[in-house]
Structures are given as C-alpha cells and as structure tokens.
Design a protein around this ligand. Structure first.
Ligand SMILES: Cc1cc2nc3c(=O)[nH]c(=O)nc-3n(C[C@H](O)[C@H](O)[C@H](O)COP(=O)(O)OP(=O)(O)OC[C@H]3O[C@@H](n4cnc5c(N)ncnc54)[C@H](O)[C@@H]3O)c2cc1C
Length: 467
C-alpha cells in the first residue's frame, strides 16, 4: 500500500508513534525485524510449554503513569496488582516492604519514616503533574504545576533528585532499612550509585509505586503490544513482522519514525557530519544477564512477608549494592551482584504456573555466565530456592541483542542514564526526536525520557511529525 508514514520497530515507543500517527489520519506501515511485535513487551514460552514469560518488561508502573498511555483505553489489556509493589529483604532483620500506601511504607521504616515521607512520599503526593514534567522534560509545562505548592514540591524533588543515591542515603536516611530501600530503587538506573541524579531515578520509581502501583499485564506484557497493534489496524494501519530495515532508502514515505538505537541509525543513512559525530559519541550503559525460571511452586522466601511482592531488590545494604554497581561501572563482575527479581505470579495466576525472572548488571558486552552469582543471591534470602527450579533459560548481552538490536551489548536502558546523557539524548536539542533528515524522527529509549514502557518518545516523535 502507499503510505504516509513508516514506523521502524514495534517497541512501546514505535507502537505509540504508529497509533498516534494513524489517529491523526495518516496511512501508517509498521515494520518489525523480529518475528513478533513488542520489543521490550514480548512474552514467550522461554522454559516449558504453556508457561508465559516476559522476555523484557513486566512491571507496568511507567505505562500507568505515562501521559502517552494512561488515557488509551486498550481492548484486552487488564492490569493486575501484586499485594505489594516491591520488597527488599535483608539478612538479619525483617524485609523492607514498599506498599501502595506511602504512609504505611514510611511507618515500616521506623526512624526513617519522616525521611521516606519527605522524599518518595512527597514525590508521590506531587502526582501526575510531576510525573509529566519528568517524562516530558521538553514538553509544555504541565498545567498542574502552576500552583505555588506544586512548584515547591517539584523544586524539593529536584534538589533531592540531583544527588547521588549514596549521598541522599547518608544525608536523609539513618537506618540500614531506609538506605537499603533507596539504593535498591536507585540501582534500576544501571549507574554507579555515587553518580548524580541516581536519587532521582530511585525516588521517581518509588513514587510510582505509591501513585499508580507496580502492576503486570494479566496474561503477559505481549498483550499490551498486541492491543496497540490491533488499535493500529483498526485505524487502517498495516503492521508487518520479520522485516528488518537496514537503509532508509528502502522506505518510501513522507514521514519515517525510527524506534532504533543511534548506532543503527548511523548505518541507515548518510547523515550530516556534525550530527553524525555527535550521535557517534552517544554511550551505552552496562548490560544485563537475565535468567527466567519455571518453578514447581512459589519462591521459599525466608521472610514470608515478601511473598506478595511483585518485585524484589536483592543485594543487602546500601553499601553492598553501591559496591556491586561501582564494580559494574568499572567494567568488572560483582561476585555478589545487586539482583532485580520479578515474580509475576504474585499478581497474575494466569501465566500457566510459577514463572520468575531476575537479572544482574554486567559490563557492556560481557560474556560471563552469571547464573551462579544470581542464584546464590536468591538462595541467600530464600534457602532451598534451587530445589524449586523445573527449568531455566539464560540470556546474556549477546542473546539479548540478537533478540532485539536496540539492546546494544545487553544495555536494556537504550544508553547510559548519566546526567550528561539525560540532557543529551541522543544529542543536545530542544527537540531531540527530530533528525537533520527531513521527515525522519527517532523515538527509541535512546531519546527522552529514556527507558521504560511509557511510549513518550513515540508520542513526541509523532507530535513533531504531525506539525
Ligand atoms: C529484560 C528487560 C526487563 C525490563 N523490565 C522493564 C520493566 O519491568 N518495566 C519497564 O517499564 N521497562 C522495563 N524494561 C525496559 C523497557 O522494556 C524498554 O525501555 C522499552 O521496551 C523501550 O522501548 P522502545 O520502544 O524504545 O524499544 P524496544 O522495546 O527495545 O523495541 C525496539 C523494537 O524495534 C525493533 N527494531 C530495531 N531495529 C529495527 C530495524 N532496523 N528494523 C525493524 N525493526 C527494528 C526491535 O526488534 C524491537 O522489537 C526492561 C527491558 C528488558 C530488556
């Protein structure tokens, strides 16, 4: 068919871009390299027949908070909340429990109750206007932030967010529990926790647990991708899998939106030298080593209070987690890595059984098998875990990148999340989704606001394309 717009790549950003363009009446063709749509939203039978595993994202906090997705009423997408968004087990004391309710979470932190209320709690109270500001840093100023009280809340958040997580941990928190839970949240950034703005990532994530929860898509994340493809088709768009685009010259459309990494874009077209050089300087972050398991029952956590948590942060105290992340940032493998673990069955019993995944951070492009260190960290808090394993599936950086070329060297963040690359993503510009090529836009996680299932990059690229 002759089309107005081609979208390359069907991750959440590509899907949102395609739907927004089609809603505006454009004839859209979506091309996906893999044999299934979704990118980071794919689900598959990775271990045993009949078991649904999310290959990438499971926790949909960003989707629920996102101004690009939260108002889309998608058929067939049901969110299921675990009893607890997150938990952080510790060796010799009860686990820290992150509840939907900020006050209840704070109460569990004892002497750090006030610190939690003043940081994560305050960010949650600032609500969607603050989320909109952070997810659309270059968009219009959110109307809800016009009130002086909201401005003060945003400024307070900014002051704390700018700090390294280890600094905020030491300045604002006094207990092992308070510092550990902050570090566990901040380590989602894949950064050395001594780096600026790592507090911001941690507080923002914690705030979403209170604001919208950390749900999963019932039946697997693939359903969200499939629903977006269905919406595109309803609007007259076409979507094709198994089609990898290598050169822009292959495409014939007025508008091209690319859900691809800057590295791929460099190989797709002859770009003006100044832009090409700036793009070539874009840096990728560490990779991950991910394990998926089929279990014969729930994980035997030593502290039963964490059984209902959708997400667990394993790695102990703030000091231990900071050490693990510093090792990764220095290009080494931590023998006791920070492990991010998701147990979807806590929220969703419809996935065919007890599926579980966890990853740890590794140097970009690492070829080291981290199965033993990851499982040792789980055994530390759940003795007897290994006996529950029916089957396991491992993906290191090479396998992740083979499944999705955007995961360069296993970097699931679409590029280092440093302060520099928060501002230059992938280049410094008031509209970084625009490229020097007429009608060509970038929308992947390598553009603002960065990684996560929020679709904001796609929304921004579509908005510019429609102007
Ligand atoms: C293991 C893992 C766990 C994660 N967990 C979470 C989580 O729980 N919550 C959360 O919010 N986020 C999570 N994320 C991050 C989230 O999945 C990503 O940030 C998000 O999917 C990025 O969306 P995107 O649209 O930019 O690109 P992707 O989702 O990476 O999709 C890009 C798509 O484009 C296709 N493509 C690339 N190049 C071409 C080409 N040349 N031609 C055609 N097609 C192409 C790829 O095949 C892929 O399908 C996780 C990621 C991973 C890998």
């Amino acid at each position: 068919m002759s089309v107005d717009a081609v979208v390359v790549g069907s991750g959440p950003n590509g899907l949102v871009a395609a739907v927004k363009l089609a809603e505006a009446g454009r004839r859209v063709l979506l091309l996906e390299a893999a044999d299934a749509f979704g990118g980071g939203l794919r689900s598959a039978e990775l271990t045993l027949p009949g078991l649904v595993h999310d290959v990438g994202a499971t926790v949909m906090a960003m989707a629920l908070a996102s101004p690009a997705l939260r108002d889309l009423k998608l058929k067939g997408v049901e969110y299921a909340h675990p009893p607890l968004p997150a938990a952080h087990p510790l060796d010799d004391r009860p686990a820290v429990l992150v509840h939907r309710d900020a006050g209840r979470t704070a109460a569990g932190l004892g002497r750090d109750a006030a610190a939690w209320r003043a940081t994560a709690g305050a960010a949650a109270r600032a609500g969607f206007p603050l989320v909109d500001l952070l997810l659309r840093p270059l968009g219009p100023w959110p109307a809800g932030l016009a009130r002086p009280s909201a401005l003060v809340a945003a400024a307070r958040f900014g002051a704390a967010a700018a700090l390294p997580a280890t600094t905020l941990g030491r300045l604002a928190f006094r207990t092992v529990e308070g510092r550990a839970v902050l570090a566990g949240m901040a380590a989602h950034s894949l950064l050395d926790l001594r780096a600026p703005i790592t507090s911001g990532y941690g507080l923002m994530l914690a705030a979403t647990a209170h604001l919208v929860g950390w749900p999963v898509v019932k039946g697997g994340s693939q359903r969200l991708a499939d629903a977006l493809v269905a919406r595109l088709r309803e609007l007259g768009g076409e979507a094709v899998t198994g089609h990898r685009v290598r050169r822009l010259a292959e495409l014939d459309a007025e508008t091209v939106v690319l859900d691809v990494s800057p590295r791929q874009f460099l190989g797709m077209a002859d770009l003006p030298p100044a832009y090409r050089d700036r793009l070539a300087r874009f840096r990728h972050g560490p990779g991950v080593f991910k394990l998926d398991w089929a279990l014969d029952g729930p994980v035997p956590w030593r502290d039963p209070a964490v059984a209902g948590a959708g997400t667990l942060h394993l790695g102990g105290t703030m000091e231990e987690i900071a050490l693990s992340e510093a090792e990764t940032a220095a290009g080494r493998h931590s023998p006791r890595p920070y492990v991010l673990l998701v147990q979807p069955y806590a929220a969703d019993p419809t996935r065919g059984g007890h599926t579980l995944w966890a990853y740890c951070h590794v140097p970009n492009g690492s070829t080291v098998d981290m199965t033993a260190p990851i499982e040792a960290q789980i055994e530390r808090y759940a003795p007897g875990f290994r006996e529950r394993v029916l089957a396991r599936h491992a993906m290191g950086p090479a396998e992740l990148e083979a499944a999705n070329p955007n995961l360069v060297g296993g970097d699931i963040g679409g590029g280092l999340a440093s302060l520099g690359q928060f501002l230059k993503r992938p280049v410094w510009s008031p509209a970084p989704w625009r490229t020097p090529l007429r009608g060509v836009f970038l929308c992947s996680a390598s553009t603002p606001p960065g990684p996560g299932v929020h679709g904001v990059g796609g929304w921004q690229a579509a908005r510019l394309a429609l102007r």
